[in-house]
Design a binder for this molecule. Structure first.
Ligand code: AMP
Ligand code: ZN
Length: 216
């Protein structure tokens, strides 16, 4: 399966991605995670990306596309892949088309999860991440067993800088201006599936699996 998972920040793409990669045994390619990893490793690209990320802006396309090109050259993507947070604008969508065409492979599905803005803001403001492993929690809907502590490794749960209210507003605006048009781009290619993300993680996943089943 070669899947793109789309949707506004905070709609639950990350949670759905975790379930999908288990269902299909495919690698999860989150450009946001790759940038955070590169920053943690103190690489130059990571430091550049961090500047943009902390302002809530998109990392420039040349950097982002190059990272994706490199990721798609690794052997594990032969099984397929799940993109989460990429492409985020039309230029990136076109770049991905080119990369995939050169590899001679096609996308199986583009999944767009959506929810109303108030709900999205509530979800982002309650989001907490493990400072050690990056696992994602929510203060209401995905609580850890012990408050403030990661279930997996005992790491401290923190709020991402870019999940702070002002930055969230900027991310939402960029989503509307630049990322939402990508949905139209895939719609024209006839590859898109629309999913209502207002319900629980489990219900969203059930809808996604049903829609994917109907594609074949
Ligand atoms: P995410 O974890 O997907 O919410 O991404 C966190 C941040 O990383 C975004 O707000 C952007 O600053 C940056 N980022 C992630 N993916 C991309 C992308 N495809 N293009 C540009 N910037 C990105
Ligand atoms: Zn952890």
């Amino acid at each position: 399966m070669r899947i793109i998972l789309m949707g506004p920040p905070g709609v639950g793409k990350g949670s759905e991605a975790e379930l999908l990669i288990k269902s299909f045994q495919i690698p999860h390619i989150s450009t946001g995670d790759i940038f955070r990893e590169l920053y943690k490793d103190r690489t130059t690209v990571g430091k550049i990306a961090k500047e943009y990320i902390s302002r809530g802006e998109l990392v420039p396309d040349d950097i982002t596309n190059e990272i994706v090109r490199h990721r798609l050259s690794q052997p594990d993507v032969k099984k397929g892949f799940l993109f989460d947070g990429y492409p985020r604008n039309i230029e990136q969508a076109k770049a991905l088309d080119e990369i995939l065409a050169k590899k001679g492979c096609k996308l199986d599905a583009v999944i767009n999860i959506d929810a109303p803005e108030e709900q999205i803001v509530e979800r982002i403001s309650g989001r907490r991440v493990c400072s050690t492993c990056g696992a994602v929690y929510h203060i209401h809907s995905k609580k850890p067993q012990v408050e403030g502590i990661c279930d997996l490794d005992g790491g401290q749960l923190i709020q991402r800088n870019d999940d702070m209210p002002e930055t969230v507003q900027r991310r939402l605006r960029i989503y509307k201006d630049q990322t939402a048009p990508v949905i139209g781009y895939y719609q024209e290619k006839g590859a898109i599936v629309y999913i209502d993300g207002t319900s629980t993680i489990a219900h969203t996943h059930a809808q996604v699996m049903k829609a994917l089943g109907e594609l074949n």
